[in-house]
Ligand binder design. Sequence first.
Ligand SMILES: [Zn+2]
Length: 128
Amino acid sequence: MDFSVENKSCSFCGVQGEKGMKFAGGLGAMMCHSCVDEYHAVLSSPERTEAVSRPPWESMTDAELLAKIPLIAQTATQVDDFLVEWVELARSRKLSWAAIGQSLGTSRQAAWERFAQRVERLSTDAAG
Ligand SMILES: [Zn+2]
């Protein structure tokens, strides 16, 4: 499992992690310290919560909207990598492809086809 902040990006603002930064995270989504502070300030203030009640994309220019697309793709990749790390963790605990497939609502074969090569690569990289 990769805990290094240098390989992560904030799923809220897109900032790339650097040594010394702290990210909160869960389920593959990460949040930088600045975003944690900002969202805490907003959620702690009824006036600020009301002020941001409209979706942010409604006030974005086309250029701002286009600039968000690669950041969303970056987050999608990060979440997908996190999923592969968890499947690798499950396999390291000798959990079956059938159990992993069932947890994803799919078949053993579909789970194996989706993850086996990436999990194998991850295991090989970790070993040496
Ligand atoms: Zn952020």
